[in-house]
Ligand binder design. Structure first.
Ligand SMILES: [Zn+2]
Length: 394
């Protein structure tokens, strides 16, 4: 199924913030909000207003700051007091969205809620009806069935729970993989079945966590069975191993031919700033934003890279650094794993032309230095110096 519209809903300010060692101040939350607006995500969840007074005020400020037409959501549990507080916090937004969550899995119903399925349905119906009664008709209501990804034993009931939510007034059904326990296709097939059940009666959204490292795959594949909203977080922030990573999801969909509203060039500057604001460093090998992901060190790869450097499709490149707002380029580095092409390429970049025999000589020299010094990388400057000392005419 080809997706018609893909809505990228960011939850960094709620799910991301609630899992930080030091949750953000209002000033920091405003900065993150502005980064999200610049990145042009389709919607922003600003917080959980009932958690504390400062969070409530922050949600009010962010709701007033929201650009026209940008959905601004806030989370509430399924009780009237919290729903009323949440509405008060976001109603100044041009397009407020109420987000109500209640568990639906058999395990949670039996071991956490300890109530009957019938009572769960009543709770969902009354919470959403109440939200609808205070917001009026034009406001979006999103219902999340917490632990949907674990609702395998009572899947029939889960469908009933979502139908109840829709009948009471929900127009977005959010399917969370609250804890990632199973392989992606188990979740994706469940999403498909919910889509088949509810059809066009509501928008389907997915919200996945990354406990097993498969959140991006799970969310991206869900789009192709009917989910048209994906909830994501900057730098993959969020509870435990985090939420679905915004950058990975957006690039994966883009690379597969989908149209998104994301301002891709803002990805790298945003990621760097979020790393500063959280104190959580970006790993060197982190997809899209890691320091080392455009380096090539093995001989076979260096050969392919140098031959396709200026083509839109690179032999060992999925997307270009500039596409995501990076200043760096594909890099060739020299180690004892590298090939002759690396020497030729690195010197050529410095405007130095060398013969095949000279490349052979420098290659042996550089390899022996690397091997004798614990296999260390030989820098471009060292190669130039080696070249100059070996061949006086340079
Ligand atoms: Zn979550």
């Amino acid at each position: 199924m080809k997706p018609k519209i893909i809505h990228i809903q960011d939850v960094t300010l709620r799910d991301g913030n609630q899992a930080l060692r030091r949750p953000w101040t209002i000033k920091e939350k405003i900065e993150v909000f502005d980064l999200l607006v610049d990145l042009n995500v389709d919607g922003i969840e600003v917080g959980f207003p009932s958690s504390n007074e400062a969070e409530f005020r922050t949600c009010q400020v962010l709701a007033s700051r929201a650009p026209k037409g940008k959905p601004i959501a806030a989370l509430s549990r399924a009780n009237e007091r919290e729903i009323a507080v949440t509405w008060e916090a976001i109603q100044k937004a041009d397009k407020p969205r109420m987000h109500i969550v209640y568990p639906v899995s058999d395990f949670s119903i039996k071991h956490v809620l300890k109530i009957s399925e019938k009572e769960v349905l009543q709770k969902i119906r009354s919470a959403i009806s109440f939200a609808k009664s205070i917001t009026g008709p034009g406001v979006e209501i999103q219902f999340s069935g917490e632990h949907f990804g674990d609702a395998i034993e009572n899947f029939h009931f889960t469908k009933q729970a979502f139908m109840t939510a829709i009948e009471a007034g929900a127009n977005i059904i959010n399917l969370p993989n609250t804890v990632e326990r199973y392989r992606p296709m188990v979740f994706v097939n469940m999403v498909k079945e919910i889509k088949d059940t509810i059809g066009e009666r509501a928008i389907i959204s997915v919200h996945t966590h990354n406990d097993l490292g498969m959140a991006t795959a799970t969310s991206v594949e869900s789009v192709y069975v009917g989910a048209s909203q994906i909830e994501v977080a900057l730098n993959g922030l969020g509870e435990r191993a985090g939420n679905t990573n915004l950058y990975e999801t957006a690039i994966a969909l883009h690379q597969n031919g989908e149209t998104l509203n994301i301002n891709f060039q803002r990805i790298f500057p945003t990621a760097k700033r979020i790393a500063e604001l959280t104190g959580i460093p970006i790993g060197e090998k982190t997809p899209i934003i890691g320091e080392d992901i455009f380096s090539h060190r093995s001989g076979i790869h260096q050969d392919g890279v140098t031959k396709t450097l200026h083509q839109s499709k690179g032999a060992y490149r999925t997307f270009s650094p500039e596409f995501v707002g990076r200043n760096d380029k594909e890099r060739i580095s020299f180690t004892n794993q590298s090939g002759h092409k690396a020497i030729e390429f690195l010197l050529k970049q410095k405007g130095i032309q060398v013969s095949k025999e000279e490349v052979d000589h420098l290659f042996s020299l550089a390899k022996s230095i690397s091997s004798s010094e614990n296999n260390r990388e030989i820098t471009e400057a060292e190669l130039v110096a080696l070249c100059q000392s070996s061949f006086a005419y340079q």
